[in-house]
Design a protein. Structure first.
Lengths: 308, 523
């Protein structure tokens, strides 16, 4: 019985963490290549709106999810064109992309406000899913959650075990040196930005199609910004991003229960708790581990223009 | 006109065997600026070919064209007589061209093995690559630890990575850009023996340097560039360092002359057991550093980069303040707790090592840069407001006195060549007629003519009674300038010895940290 309560809590924690894992991993890859994409929030919410609209139109959650990822990718392509292609300032471009994404999402989602939709289907394996204590947690999630978990492993493997990942990290460390070696700095950066945008869009799609599941303007509620902060405090490591996201999810669930139990604390304070707890924990985590060198990709935020 | 150009762009028949690599009629323009203007160069297998020239003569441009980093506006590159296209460094590497960069093209936060894996042709497998690195290390005496991150390595070790990375691709031609500029004499010797071995293996080496003694020792053929054109091809062993320099500059290089009779006066700058903790993880702690420089005297501080030079300069200039005010004294006054401006007001002046970003703000004009260091020691402000006219006049005085070549009346500092900007930042301080001058790497990466000009100005300043402290990695420079020399090693300073009573070898040993080889002081 208590096991089932623990499992229920863990399921909700994982659900709250999933959009952050998705958006955070995407941003991590972009930042590892040296591009600071402050447009995550915009790409996320645009992804949420497009995915919901598409899912309502087609009736397919899969098409909705793909549309959400595609919407994030589209905005990221614009961002990449500006910052990688035209060497525009990354901070200004990212901020304007967030504003653009918020605006576009309102436009796309205007006709869908207040409509509810069935959440994305959960996995159900007879026998396994019904296992007491762990069945729902391990075998009863929706595809978004499994995708997010798989992405943590895939991004770790890609960045530290493949040639392409090494190239990407090298470019984020010193684009001038890597260009001098003949590596394709701008192509790699552009692709990394696209991946980041698609992940952010997918994170938004999860919110609209599985987490809530409905569309309302501003529904990402700053999760894009939290994802950005997660990447920094996780010192650009995928596993730590996932850990930070789970902590955030945990604090979110905790404060919901605390509000329901009526602790007498102001609701606003409790709502801020997940954000405070995540930042505090990750700040502590990133302290004292540094032996030298730079934790951040050394060229983060620096535009690169090759001479030819 | 067009016909003449296309004629010069075709390979010319030359006496002797077909060169391994050739570049013919190379023209490279950046906007209105012509960096290479009809350059011909032939490199044969089994030779170390020197490419000489002042800063801005077009050496780096030519090299980058050969390595596929730049596309020539006109002209062709040949390999064994056939015209080849080099659209990118990958193509150059496939032809067997390797490059050892001056400003290393290494990623600081990656490991040695990762940096090498970046250019290896196939997917790297960590163990196999580490084994090959170790094997090369044994073969050539280029020891490397594959798993160390680059930021933790010295300049010499970094260069070893570049060389090993190059050799792993079994190159036919190795291009080396100013390879000894960051090395100690000992490290340079190791490099020379590696280069000689590579030459004996039948590889071609293109050796770019402005250190003429090295070129005369290593190379039997040299191509000399001036203002983008080939002005001479010669055998450097049949020339003297002076005649080579004259060819590079286009006129005889002024010899630095010591003005005798500058009587040594009273002590002007002193450090008394200065101790500073390491300000950062890469930095060196200073331990009990004591020194004394009298008016009219030049004290040279030798040492390998990273042994506390930057920290010592910061402590002298006031960028870092000492806990004990009395540990730094200017004209007897304790100034350890004073900032830069306060020390300048007391008659000190400082020239940091890094021209761009430390001594000068590259995006700001020369007159604004004059203001940056002279606002409190020249009448450049009134009631806290700037006097741009006075700043321009001061900048102009520096430009005239130090023959600073520039484009436009008051250009951004970053548009000047290294040598000219260095002359400007040194001149800016010298025109203040300081009582004490601290100067870090006065002629690093500066061509021969500009270096001679700067050194002469420093010597003349000392003759007028200024106490001068020169921090330099260049032993030739220290022996030319300094009356006495001390060595900074791992944050401790050896006792100063008169330059006339010590040798390059003794100083070199001290730089390497062997204290038992110290020149025995009279006792």
């Amino acid at each position: 019985m208590t096991l089932d309560i623990v499992q229920m809590v863990l399921v909700t924690v994982l659900a709250a963490a999933t959009p952050l894992i998705l958006a955070g991993l995407g941003e991590l890859v972009a930042e590892r290549s040296g591009v600071l994409n402050l447009g995550v929030e915009g790409m996320m919410i645009f992804g949420a709106a497009v995915s919901f609209a598409l899912a309502m139109q087609t009736g397919s959650t899969l098409l909705g999810a793909l549309g959400g990822a595609g919407a994030g990718l589209g905005l990221a392509a614009l961002f990449g064109l500006l910052t990688v292609g035209l060497a525009a300032n990354q901070v200004a471009s990212g901020l304007s992309l967030t504003i653009l994404g918020l605006g576009l999402s309102g436009l796309v989602g205007a006709n869908y406000v207040g409509i509810k939709r069935d959440p994305a289907p959960h996995l159900a394996i007879p026998g396994l899913t019904d296992l007491p204590g762990i069945g729902r947690l391990l075998f009863g999630q929706d595809a978004f959650v499994y995708t997010a978990v798989a992405l943590v492993a895939a991004v770790s493997w890609f960045l530290w075990r493949t040639r392409a990942g090494l190239t990407l990290r090298a470019i984020g460390d010193d684009p001038v040196a890597t260009h001098a070696l003949g590596l394709k700095v701008r192509r790699v950066r552009f692709l990394s930005v696209l991946f980041g945008g698609a992940c952010a869009g997918l994170g938004g799609a999860y919110l609209a199609l599985a987490y809530t599941p409905f569309w309302s303007p501003g529904m990402t509620a700053g999760r894009g910004w939290i994802a950005l902060a997660l990447v920094v405090f996780a010192s650009w490591r995928p596993l730590r991003v996932a850990a930070g996201a789970l902590l955030f999810g945990g604090a979110t669930v905790l404060q919901l229960h605390a509000q329901a139990a009526g602790l007498g604390l102001p609701g606003q304070l409790l709502s801020a708790l997940p954000y405070l707890a995540t930042i505090l924990a990750l700040v502590l985590l990133s302290l004292g581990r540094r032996q030298g060198g730079s934790l951040a990709p050394a060229a983060l935020g620096r535009v690169f223009t090759p001479s030819r | 006109m067009e016909a003449a150009r296309s004629a010069s762009a075709s390979p010319r028949p030359q006496a002797g065997p077909t060169p391994l690599f050739g570049a013919y009629g190379i023209v490279k323009r950046f906007g209105g600026f012509t960096a290479n203007d009809g350059v011909d160069l032939e490199i044969r297998a089994g030779e170390i070919h020197a490419l000489l020239g002042e800063n801005g003569a077009g050496k780096s441009t030519l090299m980058k064209i050969l390595y596929g980093l730049l596309e020539p506006t006109e002209g062709v590159v040949t390999h064994q007589g056939d015209i080849v296209q080099l659209p990118n460094p990958d193509a150059a590497r496939r032809l067997g061209i390797g490059m050892v960069f001056q400003h290393f093209s290494l990623c600081e936060n990656l490991t040695v093995a990762e940096n090498i894996a970046l250019v290896m042709p196939r997917d790297f497998s960590g163990r196999a690559l580490a084994d090959r690195i170790a094997k090369l290390g044994i073969d050539y005496g280029l020891h490397l630890e594959p798993d160390r991150p680059v930021w933790s390595l010295s300049a010499g070790e970094r260069q070893r990575i570049e060389i090993v990375r190059c050799l792993l691709q079994d190159p036919k031609l190795v291009i080396l850009d100013e390879p000894t500029s960051v090395l100690t004499p000992g490290e340079a010797e190791v490099l020379f023996s590696v280069l000689e071995r590579l030459r004996a293996e039948g590889r071609a080496l293109l050796y770019i340097s402005h250190r003429l003694d090295e070129v005369r020792r290593l190379c039997v053929r040299a191509t000399i560039l001036r203002a983008g054109k080939v002005v001479s091809a010669c055998n450097p062993r049949e020339e003297t360092a002076r005649s080579l320099a004259a060819m590079m500059v286009g006129s005889a290089v002024r010899e630095v002359t010591v003005r005798g009779g500058g009587a040594v006066g009273r002590e002007r700058l002193a450090l008394d057991r200065l101790a500073l903790p390491a300000p950062g993880l890469h930095a060196t702690a200073l331990r009990d550093v004591s020194l004394s420089v009298a008016g009219g005297e030049i004290l040279g501080i030798a040492g390998i980069a990273g042994n506390g030079q930057a920290e010592l300069f910061a402590a002298l200039s006031g960028e870092v303040r000492a806990a004990d005010p009395a540990s730094v004294r200017l004209d007897g006054a304790p100034v350890g707790d004073l900032g830069i401006t306060a020390r300048r007001r007391l008659g000190a002046a400082f020239v940091p090592e890094e021209r761009n970003g430390h001594a000068a703000a590259p995006a700001m004009s020369l007159s604004e840069n004059a203001l940056l260091s002279r606002h409190s020691t020249a009448p450049l402000t009134r009631f806290g407001l700037l006097r741009p006219g006075a700043a321009r006049a001061l900048a102009q005085r520096v430009i005239t006195a130090f023959d600073v070549r520039k484009a436009g009346p008051d250009p951004a500092a970053g548009t000047l060549s290294g040598g000219n900007l260095q002359k400007f930042v040194v001149g800016r301080e010298i025109l203040a007629e300081p009582g004490t001058l601290v100067i870090n790497q006065p002629t690093w990466g500066v061509d021969a003519a500009a270096a001679a000009h700067i050194r002469q100005a420093v010597i003349d300043l000392a003759a007028r009674g200024t106490a001068i402290l020169v921090i330099s990695q260049d032993l030739d420079e220290l022996f030319e300038l300094a009356g006495s020399i001390a060595v900074l090693h791992d944050g401790t300073l050896s006792a100063a010895v008169p330059a006339a009573e010590t040798t390059r070898e003794a100083i070199g040993l001290l730089m390497g940290g062997s204290s038992d080889a110290a020149p025995a002081p009279a006792h």
